[in-house]
Design a protein around this ligand. Structure first.
Ligand code: AMP
Ligand code: MG
Length: 419
């Protein structure tokens, strides 16, 4: 079949991101597997996790001190009779505390019945063996977490679709889950294109370029929850390129790099078009990464298993990394079963003025530094979107909106991390 003409569809950053998020919201993963707790770290939870008992399971002291009745400290100093000591994990629950009495108590120990507060040791004086003098009053409830205050038995703790970070793993451990149901990682094909591109350990000619994009993409795919499937490097030649694109379309998602600009040998869109692809956009008004392409092939309705999304990312290494984060990540995360995550921004003071031509949303490699109340950010000097060395020196991106020509030194500016 003849290839339909490719219509240029260049969207603003926000519109392109919305298109991606819209399509991502229709995707999900259904295949799950069981993973031991530690192997589940970084994976996406495929079940919901509930509390197997009240958390905490008993009123818990948050301090080392004395369990008391707050009413006994109405007049200070107060002298209370010490009737025992409660440490964390006692064999028996402590007996009831009566007026005029105190228990010495340790952090994490169960507060006895009758006690309604814990006085910290530093507010006591003259501790004899069997009595303590207290110099400061307490509010009822002070230094105690009530039974079930964090969660009640049966409460939902983690939703299906949660990415399991260290806190989520700790929470699962705390409710006795040594194995978790997680989603199977989607297979993400990586297709690097370009006649000049050679493998990392190949002998290299003076005008050849080593394939770095295949590696940055593999790292990003793994971090986003996918499993990279590296295809051979495709030359700028339509037949072989088509073969490899067809091979890549066997995976759950195809990510290509290079060959999407306007040059005579940028053949990716042409070949996709021959395969009856529908392009959702063929560019975004951003820097770096303007020629980024997003589309799909096959019918969602008639043959859902053959319906595949693809990204054509510009080959310049910084463009590849940035456009993966801005556009490919939401689709990949959805295929991995994860709940959608949003881009997040913070603000910092710009150290040196930025001047740009308006019209593009820019994500410029930068270094964020400074103190808690005084974040500062500065662009990394760079030679443009091919400069991986500059990007490797950066730790964030300054975001310049498309209507800005200048941001003055000292102005607050938006920053994002893109991970
Ligand atoms: P292209 O998008 O194909 O026009 O490539 C843009 C620039 O990125 C060219 O300088 C390419 O040599 C370079 N490039 C393309 N693919 C890669 C790759 N896989 N690794 C490193 N550089 C690349
Ligand atoms: Mg190329």
């Amino acid at each position: 079949m003849a290839a339909p003409p490719i219509q240029s569809l260049v969207l603003s950053f926000e519109d392109a991101r919305r298109v991606v998020e819209d399509h991502a919201s229709r995707l999900s993963s259904r295949t799950t597997e069981t993973a031991p707790l530690l192997h589940a770290a970084g994976r996406v939870l495929a079940e919901s996790i509930t509390a197997d008992r009240d958390i905490p399971p008993f009123p818990r002291s948050t301090r080392d001190g004395y369990a008391v009745r707050a009413a006994d400290l109405a007049k200070l100093p107060a002298s209370l009779k010490v009737i025992g000591e409660i440490k964390a994990g006692p064999q028996h629950l402590p007996s009831t505390l009566n007026p005029g009495q105190a228990f010495a108590i340790m952090t994490g120990a169960p507060v006895p019945q009758g006690a309604d507060a814990v006085v910290m040791v530093e507010y006591t004086s003259s501790q004899k063996a069997d009595s303590v003098e207290i110099k400061k009053s307490v509010e009822p409830g002070e230094n105690i977490v009530a039974q079930g205050a964090e969660a009640k038995h049966g409460n939902l703790l983690l939703n299906r679709g949660t990415r399991l970070n260290q806190a989520a793993i700790a929470l699962a451990a705390s409710v006795g889950r040594s194995r978790l149901q997680v989603f199977v990682r989607p297979q993400i094909a990586v297709l690097t294109t370009g006649d000049e591109i050679v493998e990392v350990d190949a002998e290299i000619g003076p005008t050849q370029i080593r394939n770095s994009n295949g590696y940055s993409l593999s790292v990003q795919i793994q971090q986003a929850g996918g499993e990279p499937v590296l295809l051979p490097i495709a030359p700028d030649e339509p037949r072989r390129l088509r073969q490899l694109i067809e091979e890549g379309l066997q995976s759950d998602l195809l990510i290509m790099t290079g060959g999407v600009s306007m040059g005579r040998y940028d053949l990716v869109e042409q070949v996709l078009s021959e395969l009856q692809a529908e392009f959702l956009f063929t560019g975004a008004k951003i820097q770096p990464g303007r020629p980024v392409v997003f589309g799909h092939i096959g019918s969602e309705v008639q043959a859902p298993a053959q319906h595949k999304y693809f990204f054509g990312l510009p080959g310049n290494p910084v463009s590849t990394m940035v456009t993966f984060e801005l556009f490919a990540r939401p689709v990949l995360e959805a295929l991995a079963g994860a709940s959608p995550s949003q881009l997040t921004f913070l603000h910092a003071r710009l150290k040196s003025e930025i001047r740009v031509k308006p019209g593009l949303t820019r994500f410029l490699p930068a270094v964020l530094s400074g103190q808690c109340e005084d974040s500062q950010v500065e662009l990394v000097p760079w030679q443009g979107s091919g400069d991986i060395a500059a990007q490797a020196r950066s730790n964030c991106y300054v975001v310049v909106p498309p209507d800005r020509e200048r941001i003055a030194a000292g102005d607050w500016t938006a920053v994002t991390f893109l991970t």
